[in-house]
Design a protein around this ligand. Structure first.
Ligand code: GCB
Length: 601
């Protein structure tokens, strides 16, 4: 590689960085957003997973001293001393969470640097090279050959960087600075009930594309109750006029989508077999523009709210759900396909037809496997508790996370609901913020429902949250029996509310340490947790407008806020322990209810 040591000019004061507290200002733009996100959609991805040179950077020296500008030279050729050599030393395997790589890194919150070489061969047929990062928690800054290319905010959604302009033939030095600091202005903010893992914890790869390619495509059932029309939409990478071919062989469908100024849409008559949890039929779909082929397997179904009912394909449905976090004792937020299969398998064993993927976008495998296995999903962004609703940049960040999630999973039949928030106090700023998100989700995706975990009025014990006027499905988190020991509050809540839309009990539950037994009134015992489930189910079942529930939650998960002898750094509200094997008594209680409900259909 032949890159100048940009930092090493004798004119530069080697001590200037010691006095420069504006050192990060020039690395917050350009922002990498949904506008640049491209899904692989069956195209070849060159994986960059594996070992990367890695260091933690507690004092932000990488930006202060411009480590990215140091030429990769052997130490004997360094023009002056360095504090880090990005092309040598320790490596870290990706995807991974750095917290679990070394015991002393468990609680690290700050910046870290990943460096690796990518070999590039110029290909005139595929001049565009996009770097796609599955997720990096929370801010990522991308550098290629010493050049800063952009930064992404948001810890759970994918993003792309166009490397084409900075790539050279041969070896190229790719560097990603990832920063997992908790901050008040972020989404989520600094206070949340899960573990703050850091790193490149999802797959990273390269997509090589022609100069004009399909940036986004979707095929969906038109939600008009006729089940006989499909809506196709295409967006190209540039504002050209073109014709994109669309084929769905198993529907005998072959047509073209006229594209004007980079955008195209058509509605086509078709009679697909509908996707449902009982019959999760998927159709291979292909969009083609010249040599660029975009493929997917898509299910067609309709979800609607009708009064207090949820209608899937025109029939009322009860959502037998469970909440899940993305957490693993050994891997943290890394979700392997095996782990996701196990998670969905346990949900099926419970009798579920629905999962709430709380509280942030989970790995894209989840919705893909849910499509195949016939599970419905609530997906959400981490607009959690007291984020800074008054801050414009926070709204922009949340909006972008929402749009990236919709762009990634918009073709997944399993996803029926976009969640825009969880337990946020009803203030004017919050209402404006969340109304904006709800409207944005509707505009980006009119075919799905929008929901949120809302609040109840604790004096009157009824559902009372101004946000409910702006969403399709009301989620209610309530912990009667646990945080509020008296169940009479739940009776009052269920009787005195009269919502005009479907309600899901989006959380309820209790902590139990696996293997700890006692009386039903002894906190943290399995017996107490199981009894709370019994009491909850008996009441929720009677409320006619409750059209489903997602108790909190499938597995115990790391949460440093929880430090009793029973918790020891874990939230223990799992129906299973964090080993993902040990079932607590409440597992059978919920399974019994769900299997009974299923048989009633
Ligand atoms: C909630 C939150 C969830 C917590 C849970 C708990 O209401 O939405 O993130 O983990 O309660 O265990 O208290």
């Amino acid at each position: 590689m032949d890159h100048p040591d940009l930092a090493d000019t004798s004119a530069v004061d080697p001590f200037a960085h010691l006095h420069d507290e504006a050192y990060s200002d020039s690395f917050d733009q350009p922002r990498l957003t949904r506008a640049g996100l491209v899904e692989p959609a069956g195209r070849t991805v060159q994986s960059l997973d594996g070992p990367w040179f890695f260091t933690l950077d507690l004092f932000d020296e990488g930006l202060r001293q411009k480590w990215y500008a140091d030429a990769p030279l052997p130490p004997e050729q360094w023009p002056r001393p360095r504090d880090y050599d990005a092309s040598a030393g320790a490596t870290l395997q990706t995807p991974s969470c750095w917290n679990l790589a070394q015991p002393q890194w468990l609680y690290f919150e700050g910046a870290a640097w990943y460096t690796r070489t990518i070999e590039h061969t110029l290909d005139p047929a595929r001049p565009t090279t996009l770097l796609r990062i599955g997720a990096a928690n929370y801010q990522a800054r991308v550098f290629l050959n010493g050049q800063f290319l952009g930064t992404h905010l948001g810890g759970s959604t994918p993003f792309c960087v166009d490397l084409s302009g900075a790539l050279v033939a041969g070896g190229n030095r790719l560097q990603i600075q990832v920063d997992n600091r908790r901050e008040r202005g972020r989404v989520p903010m600094n206070h949340f009930d899960w573990f703050n893992y850091g790193g490149l914890y999802r797959e990273v790869g390269l997509l090589r594309l022609p100069s004009v390619y399909i940036a986004q495509a979707s095929l969906q059932l038109v939600p008009d109750g006729s089940f006989s029309r499909l809506s196709a939409q295409v967006r190209l990478s540039s504002r050209v006029n073109a014709s994109v071919s669309l084929t769905v062989p198993e529907l005998g469908l072959q047509t073209s989508v006229p594209v004007i100024d980079g955008q195209g849409a058509v509605v086509i008559d078709a009679q697909p077999q509908l996707w449902s949890p009982e019959d999760p039929r998927l159709y291979p779909v292909e969009f083609r523009l010249g040599t660029d082929t975009w493929t997917d397997r898509i299910g067609f179904r309709e979800i609607r709210a009708s009064g207090q009912q949820l209608m899937l394909n025109g029939r009322s449905i009860y959502l037998r759900g469970i909440c899940v976090h993305e957490d693993d004792v050994l891997l943290g937020k890394v979700s392997t396909e095996d782990d996701v299969r196990r998670r969905l398998g346990h949900a099926k064993e419970l009798g579920c037809n629905f999962l709430r993927l709380s509280h942030y976008p989970h790995h894209e495998h989840v919705a893909r496997l849910a499509d195949e296995l016939g599970l419905l999903l609530w997906e959400e962004i981490p607009v959690y508790w007291a984020i800074d609703f008054a801050r414009r940049a926070t709204l922009e960040d949340a909006s972008n996370q929402l749009l990236e999630l919709i762009a990634r999973d918009g073709n997944r039949a399993s996803v029926i609901l976009w969640g825009v928030g969880n337990e946020n106090e009803d203030s004017d700023d919050r209402l404006a913020f969340m109304r904006h998100l709800a409207a944005l989700a509707k505009q980006a995706d009119p075919s799905r429902l929008v929901g949120a975990a809302c609040l109840i009025n604790r004096e009157k014990f009824c559902i009372e949250d101004r946000l409910t006027d702006h969403i399709d499905v009301i989620g209610i988190n309530e912990y009667f029996g646990w945080y509020e020991p008296d169940f009479s509050g739940l009776d009052r809540l269920l009787h005195s509310s009269s919502p005009d839309k479907p309600v899901i009990i989006s959380e309820t539950g209790a902590d139990a340490q696996a293997g700890h037994h006692g009386t039903v009134s002894e906190l943290f015992t399995e017996d107490c947790q199981a009894e709370i489930y019994r009491q909850q189910i008996a009441r929720i079942e009677q409320a006619p407008y409750v059209c489903g529930m997602t108790p909190w939650l499938l597995y115990d998960f790391r949460s440093e806020r929880r430090q009793t002898v029973f918790n020891q750094g874990f939230n223990r509200k799992g129906l299973m322990a964090q080993d993902k094997q040990t079932r607590k008594m409440a597992f059978a209680v919920l399974a019994e209810f769900y299997h009974r409900k299923q048989a009633q259909r």
